[in-house]
Design a protein around this ligand. Structure first.
Ligand SMILES: Cc1ncc(COP(=O)(O)O)c(C=O)c1O
Length: 389
């Protein structure tokens, strides 16, 4: 798609947002600007609102049916947005991405097995590995020519040393980086060579910016399709996290058999509203909304760069390639390991604390760009006022 003439999606005004009851708006008092948890401040895509409104009016709030349509919706979406051909028989669904990751890991590792995670990374990954009975083996991202990259040699060594799985974040949260096809091809080779699997969390994939080459892991190579499991959802891009629906996708009969063998309960936990909203999100009728959202995020990711350059020149920030999260290194400000703590207390801006993403995140913060340019500007001005004190 081209975003050249698409107007950015407009965020809702703050007084409306403060009437929301989700975590973003209820975790802190009203004098705090919340730019932390990954919820966005936009109106829902109209097809989603219409679908949910119909359901509410009908009192259609029971259990999710045996086939809620989410599989077919994802198959069509993957083809249309990513050029990824998915076999419908190789898809199952569950209540959220993290649950899908836990259940797949539980099925493919034995208790006590090590699972590679690549910090700084979405903090629940560490808990998920443990919930599945595994032990985290941290192989941090490395900087290659100014790009966040997988440490393929480190992963190879971890798998050679007995780790059984890699939990991949593709695109990566919090850096907003997109792994290259080349890296994913190599990752699949390494996993296959050691008889390990790759579980790829692809929740941020709909938000890869135009012009960035994104590779769904299972499409990287025939080997990736053999060793990989993908888990994704409409919940992040379309702001549906409270509704609970995700899909687990496989690319071979062997891996499909693993997800087919998961207990029925795993599928049964899918939220009916999540499935309805997911089907509406992945319908072509919501594409225009998504494209406008991408333009809004594109503007904010560059606005943040300009704001930081002007008001916090000591900060370091790489414009993300995907998603609406921004990873900012504030170590040169001298605010210690937890700048988000000081920023919350003294500037009344809630950001994510970098160290929760792994020790590599000390001195960093994560911003949420899924807001209006005015809110983002105000947040940086408030933070910059601490420097001037
Ligand atoms: C990489 C990643 N995976 C998973 C999730 C959460 O997804 P879910 O609520 O479907 O478990 C998030 C939320 O921000 C995320 O960033």
């Amino acid at each position: 798609m081209t975003t050249a003439r698409i107007a950015p999606l407009q965020a809702l005004p703050l007084d409306q947002l403060r009437r929301r009851s989700s975590t973003k708006w209820r975790a802190y008092p009203d004098d705090v600007l919340p730019l932390f948890v990954a919820e966005t401040d936009f109106p829902l895509a109209a097809p989603i609102t219409a679908r949910l409104r119909d359901a509410v009016e009908l009192g259609d709030t029971g259990y999710t049916p045996p086939d809620p349509g989410i599989r077919d919706a994802f198959v069509a979406y993957a083809q249309r947005r990513f050029g990824w051909t998915v076999q419908p028989s190789r898809v199952r669904w569950t209540c959220d991405v993290m649950m899908g990751v836990v259940e797949i890991l539980r099925a493919v590792i034995a208790p006590g097995d090590r699972v590679v995670v690549t910090p700084p990374v979405y903090p629940p990954f560490f808990d998920c590995v443990e919930e599945a009975g595994g032990v985290n083996e941290r192989v941090p991202l490395i900087d290659v020519d100014g790009a966040w990259s997988l440490d393929l040699e480190g992963i190879d060594a971890a798998l050679a040393g007995g780790a059984r799985a890699v939990l991949l974040c593709n695109p990566h949260n919090p850096t907003g980086s997109v792994h290259s096809r080349r890296a994913l091809v190599r990752l699949a080779e390494i996993a296959a060579a050691h008889g390990a699997v790759v579980v790829s969390d692809e929740i941020h994939a709909p938000l890869v910016q135009p012009g960035i080459d994104y590779t769904p892991f299972l499409t990287a190579s025939p080997l990736a399709a053999e060793v990989g499991y993908a888990v994704t959802s409409a919940s992040k891009a379309y702001n549906l996290a409270g509704l609970k629906c995700a899909v687990m996708v496989t690319g071979s009969e062997k891996t499909a058999a693993v997800i087919r063998a998961l207990p029925d309960e795993v599928e049964w936990r899918t939220g009916l509203f999540g499935a309805m909203a997911g089907v509406a999100a992945w319908d072509p009728a919501s594409d225009e909304w998504l494209d406008a959202l991408l333009v809004a995020i594109d503007e904010n990711r560059h606005l943040l760069r300009r704001l930081l350059e002007e008001h916090l020149p000591q900060s370091r920030y790489r414009v993300p390639e995907a998603g609406f999260l921004a990873w900012v290194d504030l170590r040169d400000l001298g605010w210690g390991d937890d700048p988000a703590g000081r920023i919350l207390r003294e500037a009344r801006v809630a950001l994510n604390h970098g160290s929760t993403f792994g020790t590599e995140g000390r001195g960093h913060v994560r911003f949420n760009l899924g807001c209006s340019p005015e809110v983002l500007t105000e947040a940086v001005h408030r933070i910059a006022s601490l420097v001037r004190r």
